[in-house]
Design a protein around this ligand. Structure first.
Ligand SMILES: [Zn+2]
Length: 382
């Protein structure tokens, strides 16, 4: 089948006018043709065709916590509420909420996700899911003496996922929830595995590492976490922990709302592959902030898109995330579509078959409409 549209974005850029996609019935791209003028096609679409969306950061597991925490309360209050409330639902309720969120993601054009899991609640859903999923099994524990036990717990979850042939790897949660000891265990566990880290999501995280002061200490009090082992480094969180990670690990740094130019320089100098995932709706929900998009762009680093969870977002919809960026920053549609497709596929190591309209790829094709710098998802073509 030969198809064309007003505009075609191939995951990296808009193709020249009159381009044609040749695709078979299984959704595999057979060729992309470039023509000087309009040529006959089987279907012509009004709007923009682009590859299926890649959501590089979500937590299906937290779907039952929709609207549990009020907006704009800040990360420390948010984390305290989540950790106190996440176990208050039955497994059946949690599984149902997960399924609804998963189906919504797909209905909005998502073809792949990087999903954070702390347990195996999502395992059966993932076994049956038609989309590509990499599970980041999240390991956390700020108190150094418990590092080994926390790590063992995560390796047991990992074994369960691996036994079911699901793509997964162990990952740390955030700088305020790991110790150097725990990060060292994760670092040594699987060479070359991507580490997805909630990075600099609030100012208090840097304050903790710079001075061992600030709101984060309030969180440890609430959770009765011992902080005796921790000493301030006098540097930002990212500058402190980056040397603890072997540079052979690709990084997926998530949020980055309080990341500075110096922090980005450190990562660029040390790591060959590092992706900067932004979740703008979640940042607005929790801290009423937005990530430093202009800074990230000026540093030339690859940006990708996540929705975070329904605990901090009203919907898991990549279009909605892109619209926040288009509304608040002087970004181009061509760029944000790349972030939501090709860059996300790269961040999840799915770049061999997803994120790009090119021969032998099966990226899923979406039809979007653009009006007044806002995009709408119309449908999935194939
Ligand atoms: Zn998250």
């Amino acid at each position: 089948m030969r198809i064309a549209a007003d505009k075609i974005h191939d995951g990296k850029k808009f193709l020249p006018p009159h381009s044609v996609i040749c695709i078979n019935e299984t959704g595999c791209i057979e060729a992309v043709e470039y023509h000087e003028q309009v040529t006959a096609v089987d279907v012509y679409y009004e709007g923009i065709i682009c590859p299926g969306f890649v959501n590089a950061h979500c937590h299906l597991e937290l779907s039952h916590l929709k609207q549990v925490v009020p907006k704009h309360t800040g990360l420390v209050t948010f984390l305290s509420s989540i950790s106190l409330q996440r176990a208050h639902s039955t497994l059946e309720e949690r599984k149902l909420a997960m399924q609804v969120a998963h189906d919504f993601l797909i209905a909005k054009g998502t073809v792949a996700i990087g999903d954070i899991s702390n347990n195996d609640d999502s395992l059966s859903l993932k076994q049956q899911s038609p989309i590509a999923i990499h599970t980041f099994i999240e390991c956390l524990g700020f108190a150094a003496p418990f590092a080994e036990a926390r790590f063992q717990y995560s390796t047991a979850i990992e074994a369960t996922f691996k036994k079911s042939n699901l793509s997964c790897s162990i990952t740390p949660h955030a700088p305020y929830s790991f110790s150097k000891e725990l990060l060292s265990l994760i670092n040594a566990h699987q060479q070359g595995a991507t580490l997805s880290i909630h990075n600099q999501e609030c100012a208090a995280e840097n304050e903790l590492y710079l001075f061992k002061e600030g709101h984060m200490l309030r969180l440890y009090e609430t959770l009765q976490t011992n902080t005796d082992h921790f000493q301030a480094s006098g540097q930002s969180s990212l500058a402190t922990y980056a040397p603890w990670i072997n540079p052979s690990h690709p990084l997926l740094l998530v949020h980055n709302t309080f990341t500075s130019k110096d922090d980005i320089e450190i990562i660029k100098a040390r790591f060959e592959k590092a992706f900067w995932c932004v979740c703008p709706n979640a940042n607005l929900y929790i801290e009423n902030t937005l990530p430093p998009i202009a800074l990230l762009q000026s540093m030339g680093v690859p940006i990708c898109i996540g929705t975070d969870s329904l605990a901090s977002n009203d919907q898991l919809d990549i279009c909605s995330e892109l619209n926040v960026l288009l509304e608040n920053f002087t970004v181009q549609l061509e760029d944000v579509l790349q972030w939501a497709t090709w860059n996300g596929a790269n961040a999840l190591s799915m770049q061999n078959h997803l994120g790009c309209i090119a021969e032998k790829y099966t990226p899923g094709l979406l039809l979007l409409k653009e009006e007044d710098r806002q995009i709408t998802f119309v449908k999935r073509i194939i």
